[in-house]
Design a protein around this ligand. Structure first.
Ligand SMILES: [Fe+2]
Length: 215
């Protein structure tokens, strides 16, 4: 009887763990050339600086924009709406501006004829994307505990063993090996870089969620 109960509890526990683990969806059959990504990132960083908006521990470079609209990648358009739990009351607060993600369909000209163009076109063929950005996570830094309006696709370019994405109670390291992971950012999450080197990911908003069943 006792064994049966334990087994039932374990199965329940395993199932809940499994559902949470599925909040990190490793995309099968797509792998990019990490060496070309690193080389072209270096070239881009000579030309462009991360836009920090003056916010601590935030930095972004937009890869795509609303066609012909330079303003769509300026100011708070590089950030966008999220919800957070700022204090002990546990009350949720909405931050920043809403973005019409589906309008972001044009590659920013600085990325023309780079490997990023190839990556962008491959991703667009396979997923319904919103904004695509190169996101910086500074050494020994973290985000707020927050949720986003949609899942995110990650291609780590520079990372270190102290980097973790945390979704609810599950933390995972995403390696910089050219693989693609979609994370369920509609659940509360965080990212921390506990290393002493900057972390840089290509991050895209995904408008056709693979997590609908879990939402
Ligand atoms: Fe997020």
């Amino acid at each position: 009887m006792q064994t049966g109960k334990k087994l039932k509890d374990f199965t329940k526990f395993y199932k809940s763990m499994n559902i949470q683990s599925n909040d990190f969806y490793k995309v099968p059959n797509i792998k990019f050339d990490i060496f070309r990504l690193k080389a072209d990132l270096e070239k881009i960083l000579v030309k462009k600086k991360f836009n920090s908006l003056g916010i601590k521990n935030f930095g972004a470079i937009s890869l795509n924009q609303i066609p012909g609209d330079q303003k769509s990648i300026e100011g708070h358009n590089v950030r966008g709406t999220y919800w957070t739990l700022p204090d002990e009351s546990g009350e949720e607060a909405k931050r920043d501006i809403s973005i019409d993600e589906s309008k972001y369909t044009e590659l920013v000209s600085d990325f023309h004829n780079t490997y990023f163009e190839e990556v962008y076109n491959t991703l667009r063929k396979n997923f319904k994307l919103g904004r695509v950005r190169i996101l910086l996570k500074e050494p020994r830094s973290t985000l707020s505990w927050h949720r986003d309006p949609e899942p995110r696709l990650h291609i780590p370019i520079i990372t270190n063993p102290g980097c973790r994405m945390v979704i609810e109670d599950i933390a995972k390291h995403m390696p910089a090996d050219g693989t693609v992971t979609i994370t369920n950012n509609k659940k509360y999450h965080n990212f921390f870089n506990g290393g002493e080197q900057a972390r840089i990911h290509l991050v895209a908003c995904v408008l056709d969620s693979p997590f609908e069943k879990n939402d």
